[in-house]
Write a protein that binds this ligand. Structure first.
Ligand SMILES: [Zn+2]
Length: 307
């Protein structure tokens, strides 16, 4: 810009010298009619929900705002139970027809499936579930063409396997806004929307938060998420997990106590055997009990199994 401006000045100066009686003055630049369009000015025109105006976009862009990686929160260690708040009672459906869930959040073919698959036809329009800002709109390994929207309550929704982008990174968007077209890009078996709900880089089973039927209901304005709702291993992609939303911190902590059991180490036990026998990962065993994979287990030692 500065270079162009210098060139313009040079041309003006040359024309002054060439013509002796200059017809152009510097003030004539005003006739170029520059117009500055900012995302904020666009947002102000399209916004319908007054509550959103109280939160400035910079608040959610102030940290971990990286367009190039799917998860910029790698160094964040989340504490559970964590609280999520919603100002609405419904979300905007990401697709424009009845939602058919073809695969759920959970364990699938020996691997974690960290989203929910919603059937669609390539070319179907996709829409933002909530107000937010586009953090990512680019190809992401496995997910194919992907749009990630960060919302004002800290959640991010991820729309994967698109055939066409409808938004750019840093675009401010409102709920229901067009994001792009669905498809089969990336690692997808047939056209569908792979929808992920992340909080600071950790995927949450979306069905714990939202009802995926025509009511588009958010289960509560305030929900407490335990680690269980982030772990694909304790869910099955073929059936819906039993959902009892935790509406207060007390309920969340009480549920944690219920889900814990104690395992007493027997002769010949290894972490791997305990992990298999209790259907809990070695990583989880280590974290819950603050031990490492190489720790020596004592016979009679008590381990907490958290499910
Ligand atoms: Zn999927």
């Amino acid at each position: 810009m500065r270079f162009l401006f210098s060139c313009l000045l040079l041309v003006l100066t040359l024309s002054v010298h060439a013509q002796k009686e200059p017809k152009l003055k510097l003030t004539d630049l005003s006739e170029f009619n520059f117009q500055i369009i900012t995302p904020d000015s666009l947002k102000a025109e399209t916004i319908t929900n007054q509550d959103t105006l109280t939160v400035k976009p910079k608040d959610i862009k102030s940290e971990y705002w990286d367009h190039t990686v799917y998860n910029p929160y790698k160094d964040v260690d989340l504490e559970f139970p964590l609280q999520l708040k919603f100002k609405d009672t419904t979300y905007y459906s990401p697709i424009g027809k009845s939602k058919v869930v073809t695969s759920r959040y959970g364990w699938r073919r020996g691997r974690p499936h960290k989203g929910i698959d919603i059937d669609l036809v390539t070319g179907d329009s996709l829409f933002a579930m909530f107000d937010g800002i586009v953090r990512m709109s680019r190809y992401s390994r496995g997910h194919g063409k992907t749009v990630v929207v960060r919302h004002y309550n800290g959640l991010e929704t991820v729309y994967a396997h698109l055939s066409e982008y409808g938004v750019k990174e840093n675009d401010s968007i409102v709920r229901g806004q067009y994001l792009g077209k669905g498809g089969v890009s990336g690692n997808a078996r047939g056209s569908h929307l792979h929808l992920v709900v992340n909080y600071k880089g950790v995927a949450i089973n979306p069905e714990y938060l939202f009802e995926f039927n025509d009511s588009n209901t958010i289960r509560s304005n305030e929900l407490w998420v335990t680690r269980r709702w982030t772990r694909p291993i304790v869910h099955n992609s073929k059936r819906q997990s039993k959902i009892e939303p935790l509406l207060s911190e007390e309920e969340a902590i009480a549920s944690l106590i219920k889900q814990q059991s104690i395992y007493v180490v027997k002769p010949g036990d290894t972490l791997s055997r305990i992990s298999k026998r209790n259907n809990v990962s070695i990583a989880s065993l280590c974290k819950t009990n603050t031990i490492t994979r190489s720790s020596v287990l004592r016979i009679g030692q008590k381990l907490v199994i958290e499910k």
